[in-house]
Design a binder for this molecule. Structure first.
Ligand SMILES: N[C@@H](CCC(=O)N[C@@H](CS)C(=O)NCC(=O)O)C(=O)O
Length: 237
């Protein structure tokens, strides 16, 4: 893939950027992985937050620099990369719509609720973490069942076998990994056989696992995230 210099800027966390890191690595795209260090007082972030050349039009991350272009917003970054990589051109119109729908759904209905749960004690002091965790898990399980059905109807696994690995594949694997890390044994993929097969057999799985092992980092920038995850799992019983 021909491309200008690429920089992906995000926190030193998985959050909204890890799937892009996997993708560039799987597809052997050279890029600069610019990670803003985490700190309990967010000092490194506060230092750059108002620099619009680095944090984009909304002063948030991720931001992707593609040559002279700056792209903000996770969904727009995903759409841009899907197009610029030539992946969109390799799919039918219907399959492109499915890739877009799945990307949106994974970001908004899996990634965001899990991130909100991890932050909930800090962003909503006094919130009952046990109740929020239970409700988030129930809604996630329902959602995963819908995803599972759609992947079956879309013949996702068959089609994926006959094409290169694309961005939403990396996103799906990442979100399934994150969900299992947060909910532990309370979340089983046994009820969602398509997702379980996808997760287990994803050909880029070793590359994703190597990326995580080489640069371990939390899911979010929330201070003391590991303790929050342990508490969530204990509350869920
Ligand atoms: N709608 C944006 C949300 C981006 C966002 O909220 N990023 C967070 C990190 S996950 C951030 O930059 N927070 C810093 C802040 O709000 O000051 C997207 O989808 O990319």
């Amino acid at each position: 893939m021909q491309h200008p210099p690429i920089t992906l800027r995000y926190f030193d966390a998985r959050g909204r950027a890890q799937f892009l890191r996997y993708y560039f690595r799987v597809r052997k795209v050279t890029f600069t992985d610019d990670r803003v260090p985490l700190a309990p007082d967010f000092a490194p972030w506060r230092q750059i937050r108002d620099d619009r050349s680095r944090t984009g039009p909304f002063h948030k991350l991720p931001v992707l620099h593609w040559g002279d272009r700056l792209i903000a917003e996770t969904l727009m970054i995903a759409a841009f990369v899907h197009e610029a990589s030539g992946d969109a051109g390799a799919l039918s119109d219907d399959d492109n719509l499915r890739h877009g729908m799945l990307t949106s759904s994974l970001c908004q209905d899996v990634m965001t609720p899990i991130g909100t749960l991890l932050w909930s004690e800090l962003i909503s002091p006094g919130a009952d973490l046990g109740v929020v965790a239970k409700r988030t898990l129930e809604r996630l399980e329902l959602h995963l069942r819908a995803l599972d059905q759609s992947l079956g109807e879309w013949r996702w696994l068959d089609k994926a076998r006959n094409r290169r690995i694309m961005l939403v594949d990396c996103l799906l694997w990442e979100e399934l990994h994150v969900a299992q890390q947060v909910f532990g044994p309370r979340l089983s993929l046994a009820q969602t056989p398509m997702l379980a097969r996808f997760y287990d057999d994803f050909p880029a799985r070793p590359t994703c696992e190597a990326a995580l092992a080489e640069h371990p980092c939390p899911i979010t920038a929330r201070p003391e995230e590991a303790a929050a995850i342990a508490k969530i799992q204990q509350l869920l019983g």
